[in-house]
Design a protein around this ligand. Structure first.
Ligand code: NAD
Length: 417
């Protein structure tokens, strides 16, 4: 298999197998975790605004629920495949275990280009998807959330459609909704802020003063822009940011609030008045911290030798291929993996899910305080494991933390073969 052909599920499985070398774990549990528990594939008719009907493919892959209900995003993207959902679902299982939130892992999506959808089409597609999915999700079974191409509005439509079928308002069926219908303030910023918190802890760990730090951020969406702004607020210079059109660079530091995020205005980054470079050039900048926060598979064996950052903090899911991961590890580049770094999203989702169950309000300050507490706690758990393992990468250490928690849950509940 060539590196380009490595699917998300193959990458996730390889990471799991690498980490399993460092921990004594029952082989049956390991084999259980290598396979998703359930895979749902749907085809759905979907009416366009002009009255024509498309048939689109949708997936929901439920990887593992030993620690709690399945949890994970739904994406609208032309690249959605069953293998991608399976890999992303597996990463969710490990992310929830590292973050120690009581959820398992799932992921789903519709293979469609969200940029071609009018608002009315987005709503129709979402309601049709919810109809197809409703027997396979539930507040105590599988709780979707937004991901690429979906947002708070998508989740509010899902919640509404599900509630119509149930004849009652079921707030806990999704997270990432608008705060007006049961979401929590700060959920949108949480994944990016979590990335910044973990980046700061990694910098401290390696003896950096954040005020002297330079950073480059690929992707200026929900994760990238919020991470860049939070790290900027902490004192770092954000010297380059990008979106799908390209990157802007200023070695004295960019004004992260002046540059519009994807949510505020898609494709606005290169409109900012500063020299432009390509996304690949951004990845190779000589900065202290590199945060890939756009798409998967951007750091490959083609460019891993030229990554000049000391620390890579993975904001996106799966931005580093397996071959690149090995090269970076051999070169001594620290890679803080996605399953730890971007767990702020699912952590805030957990607060929202609790709100859906007990109806208590979660003011934004409380969300931010608890988020920092949880992210810092996860970091400490991983540091302890990293220090006890000889020669392991941060990714291995994260997987070992997660594997131990998953194995304990399996041995407590039993596998029921
Ligand atoms: P988003 O849609 O808000 O933003 C994505 C950004 O990446 C945009 O600026 C877009 O222009 C840019 N981009 C797209 N293709 C690109 C390319 N080829 N090169 C460079 N930039 C490109 O998405 P998001 O929610 O910020 O998600 C980004 C990543 O973070 C994804 O991998 C997602 O799975 C992951 N993630 C998201 C969340 C969340 O809750 N939003 C949580 C955890 C992980």
């Amino acid at each position: 298999m060539s590196e380009q052909d490595e699917t998300a599920i193959q990458r996730a499985t390889r990471q799991l197998e690498n980490a399993a070398e460092y921990v004594e774990i029952d082989d049956d549990i390991l084999r259980r975790l290598e396979h998703p528990q359930r895979t749902h594939k749907f085809t759905m008719p979907f009416e366009r605004d002009d009255g024509t009907v498309d048939v689109v493919e949708a997936y929901r892959v439920q990887h593992d629920d030993v620690r709690g209900p399945y949890k994970g995003g739904l994406r609208y993207s032309p690249h959605v495949t069953q293998e991608e959902c399976a890999g992303l679902g597996m990463w969710m299982t490990f992310k929830c275990a590292v973050a120690d939130v009581p959820f398992g892992g799932a992921k789903g999506g519709v293979r469609i280009d969200p940029r071609e959808l009018s608002d009315a089409e987005h709503e129709r597609l979402t309601r049709r998807l919810t109809k197809s999915l409703r027997r396979y999700i539930g507040t105590n079974f599988d709780i979707p959330a937004p991901d690429m191409g979906t947002n708070a509005r998508t989740m509010s439509w899902m919640m509404d459609t599900y509630s119509v079928y149930e004849d009652e308002t079921v707030r806990g069926i999704v997270t990432g909704k608008s705060p007006d219908v049961g979401g929590v303030r700060g959920r949108e910023e949480a994944p990016g802020i979590g990335v910044s918190i973990i980046a700061q802890r990694a910098l401290e760990h390696y003896g950096y003063d954040v005020n002297d730090v330079t950073a480059a951020v690929q992707g200026y969406g929900s994760v990238g822009a919020n991470a860049a702004r939070h790290l900027d607020d902490a004192g770092a210079d954000i010297v380059a940011v990008s979106d799908a059109e390209g990157a802007v660079v200023d070695h004295d530091g960019l004004p992260t609030y002046e540059i519009k995020s994807y949510e505020e205005k898609p494709s606005a980054v290169t409109e900012y008045d500063a020299p432009t470079i390509t996304n690949d050039e951004l990845l190779k900048l000589d900065v202290d911290v590199l945060i890939p926060a756009a798409i998967g598979g951007v750091i490959t064996s083609e460019n891993a030798d030229e990554i000049a950052a000391d620390i890579v903090v993975e904001g996106a899911n799966g931005p580093t291929t397996s071959d690149a991961d090995e090269i970076l590890h051999e070169r001594g580049v620290t890679v803080v993996p996605d399953i730890l770094a971007n767990a702020g999203g699912v952590t805030a989702s957990y607060f929202e899910w609790l709100r859906g169950r007990n109806r208590r309000k979660w003011p934004k300050e409380k969300v931010m305080d608890e988020l920092a507490l949880e992210m810092n706690g996860s970091w400490e758990d991983v540091v302890e494991e990293h220090e006890s393992l000889d020669g392991a990468s941060w990714r291995d250490a994260c997987y070992v933390v997660a594997l131990k928690r998953l194995a304990k849950a399996y041995s407590e509940r039993g596998m029921w073969p």
